[in-house]
Design a protein around this ligand. Structure first.
Ligand SMILES: [Zn+2]
Length: 175
């Protein structure tokens, strides 16, 4: 793995004000990539990734600097003081680290997906016009609390709960 500087520190050093939410599980701030008055830019210290619920910008600290400063990958590495010697270590990833990375990526993707699904469901609810339509959507409605619960675990739960959810969703193992 490339040894990268901390994403929360780096983003704060670029002048973006971040506020810790839920005991520093994640940070929120105004997105530097689109104009907004309500913060929808979220930084996850555990996975060291950012995601904007407004414009969809996302990635790690290198992606952030590339996007913010219009740098290419090499320029971003040098700006962040990541030396090429360190990047060579990436080939020596242990199996455990890889697994952890897969899990963290899954978690970020799942959070995005759940937000989208729940937002979509809200819109659907507004548009239902007949009992027939409502019946067709019943299955979706019944699943909604499960999605809400999963999102809660992913945003506010501890890593053990999240990993168990990962195994359950990915491999069908019960919590
Ligand atoms: Zn944005």
């Amino acid at each position: 793995m490339i040894e990268k500087p901390d994403i929360v520190d780096t983003i704060a050093n670029e002048g973006i004000r971040l506020t810790p939410v839920s005991g520093e599980k994640y940070y929120k701030g105004l997105c530097p990539f689109h104009a907004e008055k309500t913060p929808s830019f979220v930084v996850y210290p555990q996975s060291q990734r950012f995601y904007c619920f407004g414009c969809g910008a996302k990635g790690d600290v290198i992606d952030f600097i590339m996007k913010l400063r219009s740098f290419n990958f090499k320029e971003a590495l040098s700006y962040l003081n990541i030396r090429p010697a360190q990047t060579a270590k990436s080939s020596q990833l242990t199996k455990k680290k890889k697994l952890l990375q897969q899990f963290q990526k899954w978690r970020d993707d799942r959070i995005e997906l759940l937000f989208l699904v729940l937002r979509g469901l809200k819109l659907l609810k507004k548009r239902v016009q007949s009992i027939e339509e409502a019946k067709n959507l019943a299955d979706l409605y019944h699943t909604e609390p499960i999605w809400v619960h999963q999102l809660d675990i992913l945003l506010h739960g501890d890593e053990r709960e999240q990993f168990e959810l990962y195994r359950e969703v990915q491999y069908g193992k019960k919590i």
